[in-house]
Write a protein of this length. Structure first.
Length: 138
């Protein structure tokens, strides 16, 4: 089953400025940062009083994040929820008629398994499922 909120993702044009703004305005603390080569996305995860905010940016205007930024501008991108068994959860949701953007999980930040649900099935909200690497959820 789907578990607690994992993070809220926000697309930003200037990652460094956004990290600093969230720190100055809300006391957010940078937890991790990584560049994902396969999606050309720079990711920063912030802790905001126990809630994780994931900031996404891309130097490549042709990448998925770059196109969204160019076409829609900055803003909330998706809500992410934890699951212990992402493959089983995708199958369960598919059986219930949910359209899947990812029929199989793909690699996310730090080896996490991720998959997205089609927003047409979730009232216009892009939902991500995330499963932590095996060693992280014993």
């Amino acid at each position: 089953m789907i578990g607690k909120l994992n993070h809220i993702a926000i697309i930003v044009g200037d990652l460094e400025a956004a990290i600093e703004r969230f720190h100055q305005l809300f006391g957010a603390r940078l937890l991790e940062r990584e560049f994902l080569d396969e999606s050309q996305t720079d990711v920063a995860v912030l802790d905001l009083n126990g809630v994780h905010v994931e900031l996404l940016s891309s130097p490549d205007e042709t990448s998925r994040v770059g196109r969204i930024l160019r076409e829609r501008g900055e803003g909330v991108h998706h809500l992410s929820f934890h699951t212990d068994h992402i493959e089983a959860e995708l199958e369960r949701l598919h059986r219930k008629g949910v359209r899947l953007l990812d029929e199989r999980p793909r690699r996310g930040l730090h080896g996490r398994k991720i998959a997205f649900l089609d927003p047409t099935s979730t009232d216009g909200v892009l939902i991500e499922l995330v499963q932590e690497p095996e060693s992280d959820h014993q």
